[in-house]
Design a protein around this ligand. Structure first.
Ligand SMILES: *[C@@H]1O[C@H](CO)[C@@H](O)[C@H](O)[C@H]1NC(C)=O
Ligand SMILES: *[C@@H]1O[C@H](CO)[C@@H](O)[C@H](O)[C@H]1NC(C)=O
Ligand SMILES: *[C@@H]1O[C@H](CO)[C@@H](O)[C@H](O)[C@H]1NC(C)=O
Ligand SMILES: *[C@@H]1O[C@H](CO)[C@@H](O)[C@H](O)[C@H]1NC(C)=O
Ligand SMILES: *[C@@H]1O[C@H](CO)[C@@H](O)[C@H](O)[C@H]1NC(C)=O
Ligand SMILES: *[C@@H]1O[C@H](CO)[C@@H](O)[C@H](O)[C@H]1NC(C)=O
Ligand SMILES: *[C@@H]1O[C@H](CO)[C@@H](O)[C@H](O)[C@H]1NC(C)=O
Ligand SMILES: *[C@@H]1O[C@H](CO)[C@@H](O)[C@H](O)[C@H]1NC(C)=O
Ligand SMILES: *[C@@H]1O[C@H](CO)[C@@H](O)[C@H](O)[C@H]1NC(C)=O
Length: 264
């Protein structure tokens, strides 16, 4: 009686097993399981981890290089490193491929004192046009400034020096008053709008971070997911559109055969 119950599913699977259960497909089935999205919480951020992102507990092939996320600071802060700078991850939007990050130097500082230009790793991210560049002029001694520059009161308070921002889209102006430094920091477009009508504070704008669009998986990853697979990275064939399917690995999308087995 007991044995009959065990035998029944075995007989159904048998024809497929002969066709498909090679050792290599078992290995890719394992990779499929390894790389399935997992719910993940770090501090107040509740998200899922899946390609192109990877966390410590996941295998290398589940993420694309450069998308390593680290839950630090006693499991309260999700971070990513880009071109040597540490950023705090505020949001992951898998549907639109958008990550929202802020420079970790700004964290917990209502009015940071030092600024460096934000350098984007353009090999894996592209700039998102819902940001606007905040052009900063710091420690300025010139008494006459162009009217496009707006004073930053909190820096004046803290340093006794005048500092300014400009939101002009053509970047830092050719004519710069005598300032000890300048910097270009991307901020969210909506925050920039609120800053220009004085309905938010300079420091609060920085705390909102900025958005980047990630390139890895663009175009093909959603097709892989919709066909029942998980997107992944093959270090030996980094340009491949690696898609691990429930019963095998492909490039691009899972074939209909694998879909049929998945639902059988
Ligand atoms: C994580 O993924 C599951 C399954 O796709 C989805 O239902 C859930 O809303 C996701 N959670 C977040 C926080 O995005
Ligand atoms: C993750 O963060 C911790 C704490 O800051 C650090 O010690 C560790 O090296 C980081 N891991 C990686 C792979 O960067
Ligand atoms: C880390 O978090 C735990 C649990 O929230 C807490 O009990 C502990 O005091 C924290 N440790 C530090 C060093 O903040
Ligand atoms: C963070 O959380 C992970 C998983 O829940 C746990 O293994 C680790 O010990 C925690 N680390 C700290 C510093 O609390
Ligand atoms: C940023 O990092 C990427 C990859 O590590 C590198 O290719 C690129 O040259 C760096 N960009 C700058 C401006 O340093
Ligand atoms: C102003 O100049 C001082 C000394 O050069 C520097 O330490 C400080 O960071 C500067 N402040 C800003 C906002 O650039
Ligand atoms: C004010 O700016 C001057 C140079 O522009 C700098 O030498 C000085 O350290 C600054 N003061 C503060 C408190 O940042
Ligand atoms: C300031 O601009 C924002 C964004 O454009 C807008 O939503 C808000 O109503 C404006 N506030 C005032 C006081 O004009
Ligand atoms: C913006 O608001 C601050 C305080 O809320 C005020 O001191 C300042 O004059 C305002 N600036 C403009 C241009 O309205």
């Amino acid at each position: 009686m007991h044995q009959q119950h065990l035998l029944f599913p075995f007989l159904i699977l048998l024809p497929f097993s002969c066709l498909l259960f090679t050792s290599s497909s078992q290995a890719t089935f394992q990779r499929y399981l390894d790389c399935l999205p997992v719910p993940f919480t770090c501090g107040g951020l509740h998200t899922n981890i899946s390609y192109p992102f990877r966390i410590d507990s996941r295998r290398d092939y589940c993420g694309y290089p450069g998308f390593y996320l680290n839950c630090t600071n006693n499991n309260t802060t999700l971070t990513i490193t880009m071109n040597g700078t540490l950023y705090i991850v505020k949001d992951l939007d898998y549907f639109n491929h958008i990550i929202t990050i802020m420079n970790s130097d700004f964290s917990g500082h209502p009015c940071p004192l030092t600024y460096t230009n934000t350098i984007t790793d353009t090999t894996i991210f592209e700039f998102y046009d819902r940001n606007q560049m905040l052009n900063l002029y710091l420690n300025c001694s010139s008494p006459s400034i162009p009217s496009s520059l707006v004073s930053i009161p909190c820096l004046l308070e803290q340093t006794g020096n005048r500092s300014y921002f400009s939101l002009l889209s053509d970047g830092l102006q050719g004519f710069i008053p005598e300032c000890s430094s300048t910097a270009m920091i991307p901020v969210k477009e909506g925050e920039a709008a609120r800053l220009s009508n004085n309905s938010t504070a300079f420091g609060d704008v920085l705390q909102e971070g900025f958005m980047l669009k990630w390139i890895a998986g663009r175009g093909w990853c959603s097709f892989c997911i919709n066909s029942g697979g998980v997107c992944a990275y093959d270090g030996n064939n980094p340009l491949d559109q690696t898609c691990y399917c429930p019963y095998g690995s492909t490039t691009g999308v899972c074939s209909e055969g694998t879909l049929f087995i998945k639902f059988s």
